[in-house]
Design a protein around this ligand. Structure first.
Ligand SMILES: *Cc1c(COP(=O)(O)O)cnc(C)c1O
Length: 430
């Protein structure tokens, strides 16, 4: 046999993005510039290590599998089997878990799998409302979890803290099968032991959705949900500093079978092998002792920003934070979250408007802002820079409070300071 085909069959196949698709290429480059030049304070955002980025862009992306290592439905799976086994072992080690599933495409999928594994249609779930700090996938009306299951919400008090007495009362009254704690804008420690004893009194299981502080748990900066809760879900792309995706952990191995079959074939088909590969890499990074330093700085930076804003007269929900989240309550300042967000973006300080507890505004307006420190900490910023950022945020917000809108809320000094800060802390140093 003599075959010779050294040319690709499709000439476009080996051209660069620039050459093939200038419009998309331009936007990608512009986004690279935006990320480098702005101070990213959006709580879920973070950057991948070069190693994890290589994993995401690797040829693992072209592997197609279904099922679990050793029980796949396709041939050619030896490498992904080995990678997924490593990812699972590292995930279990990170959280001291009896079982781990690394396949959920996202945090919402991870939560959906738990609903599918533990509940029947119409069963009752006790969770925290979105405005109190919960998440859409915890039974919000607009989400499948809220449409197909009955949700009752426990209260947070006027300071924004979980009212455990209310949780107990609601549990006794409604007899939920599942209690969910954790959320997207709850900035404080959750008393997992208390929640577990409430759940026990009514025979419910407990799910801790730790998406916004999983990195702090692994880094030893936040109390560990195990052994108190039954299940942990998290995204891997927030302060675990990994690729976009979800992760499920259970304390006891015997729940693992239910969880695995709920993920596949329950709610997903094949997983994303390149994401599992990058998860394995980032879990390895999170198990390294350096990661607890990162977690420590994430928390210190959040507390520094909270204190700096307070000093300038801004109200912080719950008066501080035990997480990477700083929730600013703007009600006393008589400005809304949407307007503040727009002005801060024009200054190069990106964050998002967010409901605060008992918010009178709609979710697209809001009375608050949410700040997160995972991304700036990855860039190497420490409390000195966090303090500068608190000052810059206050400078812009002060202008907004006195009537300035959009770009008019930034002075030349603010813009220069943002530029200097972002130039001094490149995302990927050369
Ligand atoms: C971010 C987040 C999720 C998952 O979000 P996805 O966008 O689906 O990955 C789930 N729960 C909480 C509490 C979150 O903060």
């Amino acid at each position: 046999m003599h075959l010779r085909n050294l040319q690709p069959s499709l000439p476009f196949f080996i051209k660069s993005l620039d050459q093939v698709d200038p419009a998309i290429s331009r936007s990608v480059r512009s986004e690279e510039g935006r990320q480098q030049d702005q101070i990213e304070l959006i709580a879920p955002k973070n950057y991948l290590s070069v190693a994890s980025r290589q994993a995401v862009a690797s040829m693992m992306a072209f592997t197609s599998v279904e099922g679990y290592p050793g029980r796949r439905y396709h041939a050619g799976v030896g490498n992904i089997d080995e990678i997924e086994r490593i990812a699972i072992a590292r995930a279990r080690a990170m959280f001291n878990a009896g079982h781990a599933n690394v396949q959920p495409h996202s945090g919402t999928q991870a939560n959906q799998a738990i609903y599918f594994a533990l509940l029947q249609l119409g069963d009752t779930v006790l969770s925290m409302e979105l405005s109190a700090g919960g998440h859409l996938s915890h039974g919000q009306k607009s989400n499948l979890s809220g449409k197909w299951f009955k949700t009752v919400f426990y209260r947070t008090d006027t300071a924004g803290l979980i009212d455990y007495e209310d949780m107990q009362e609601q549990a006794l009254q409604h007899r939920p099968k599942l209690i969910i704690v954790g959320g997207s804008s709850y900035p404080r420690t959750i008393e997992f032991e208390k929640v577990a004893s409430i759940a026990k009194s009514v025979g419910a299981k407990v799910l801790a959705d730790v998406a916004h502080f999983s990195g702090l748990i692994v880094g030893g900066q936040y109390s560990h949900p195990f052994p108190h809760v039954d299940i942990i879900t998290t995204t891997t792309n927030k302060n675990l500093r990994g690729p976009r995706g979800g992760l499920i952990l259970s304390r006891d191995a015997d729940l693992g079978k239910l969880i695995d079959s709920a993920v596949f074939p329950g709610i997903q088909g094949g997983p994303l092998p390149e994401m599992i590969t990058a998860k394995a890499v980032c879990f390895g990074e999170a198990l390294d002792s350096e990661f607890s330093e990162y977690a420590r700085h994430v928390l210190a930076n959040a507390r520094t920003i909270a204190a700096g804003l307070q000093k300038r007269g801004y109200e912080i929900v719950t008066g501080g934070t035990d997480t990477p989240l700083v929730m600013i309550d703007l009600r006393a300042k008589r400005v809304t979250g949407d307007i503040a967000q727009e002005a801060l973006e024009a200054a190069g300080l990106t964050c998002n408007r967010n409901l605060v507890p008992y918010d009178p505004e709609k979710p697209n307006i809001t009375s608050g802002l949410r700040i997160g420190t995972s991304a700036i900490t990855t860039r190497g910023m420490k409390t000195e820079e966090a303090d500068i950022i608190a000052g810059l945020l206050s400078d812009v917000l002060d202008k907004v409070v006195s009537g300035a809108r959009g770009a008019d809320a930034s002075t030349p000094e603010t813009l220069i300071a943002v530029k200097e800060l972002s130039r001094s802390f490149p995302i990927y140093p050369h």
